[in-house]
Design a protein around this ligand. Structure first.
Ligand code: 5RP
Length: 233
């Protein structure tokens, strides 16, 4: 899990608020990242102190481990058809409640859980709110290692600037929980989100992009002057 060092007080407020939206009996989709860390922390408190009965479906090895350590029962994602509520962080959020995710390279499972969720909530501190997706964060794209050359060629053809995400304290590229690589693409406004997403997704070997278009029903944005809620109409 990424460290919660920046804006951690704001992240905590959003994470704790989201954990309080979970109901007894819910199957809960648990995202990944330093904001979700606080969601899990408060959820565990409710499980252990209030006797809240829930089951978690997690989006990464890190989130599974943390849920397990804190006493939240975890189900395998393939054993459920839907989740009642899913909560996840974001890297960029625009005014249409569309989001870029994948800072933790977990966007593929995160998108599967988002698609299974009856209610999907994004939690973030105010630094994630941007005028356009990509303003402060590159677009992560998970790619099959054997398709790296083809995908790079196609992205070059589309005139996009990109970089293979490299490991820290590891030689070579980051390897996702699914055994794949991540390419981070620099986005320059103006562009059409839906068209770009579909062009990238159509390249053979692309597993998933970090564009989450039309998924978030509610964004809970933790700002210095309090929590702000944005709801999809
Ligand atoms: C992981 C993600 C995270 O939710 C996103 O990177 C936000 O992380 P944080 O809450 O640490 O800022 O998409 O793949």
């Amino acid at each position: 899990m990424k460290s919660a060092s920046s804006n951690s007080e704001l992240k905590k407020q959003a994470g704790y608020w989201a954990a309080d939206q979970v109901n007894n009996g819910d199957v809960v989709g648990v995202g990944t990242g330093s904001t979700v860390f606080f969601f899990i922390e408060r959820l565990a408190e409710r499980v252990n102190k209030e006797g809240l009965k829930i089951k978690a479906v997690t989006t990464s090895f890190q989130s599974s481990c943390l849920c397990g350590e804190l006493g939240i029962p975890v189900l395998d994602i393939s054993s459920v058809k839907y989740v009642d509520i899913a909560v996840d962080g974001a890297d960029n959020i625009d005014s249409e409640l569309d989001v870029i995710k994948g800072g933790g390279a977990a966007q593929t499972l995160e998108k599967i859980v988002a698609a299974m969720a009856k209610k999907y909530i994004i939690i973030a501190d105010e630094s994630k709110s941007v005028d356009y997706l990509g303003e402060t964060f590159m677009l992560p794209v998970e790619v099959l290692p054997k398709a790296l050359s083809l995908v790079s060629e196609r992205l070059d053809g589309m005139g996009l600037e990109y970089a293979l995400r490299m490991g820290k304290a590891k030689d070579g590229p980051v390897v996702t929980d699914n055994g794949n690589f991540v390419i981070d693409i620099k986005l320059k406004a103006p562009y059409n989100k839906a068209e770009l997403n579909s062009s990238i997704t159509m390249i053979p070997g692309v597993v998933e992009t970090g564009f989450f278009l039309g998924y978030a029903q509610t964004v809970c944005l933790a700002c210095k002057d309090g929590l702000k809620f944005l709801n999809r109409k």
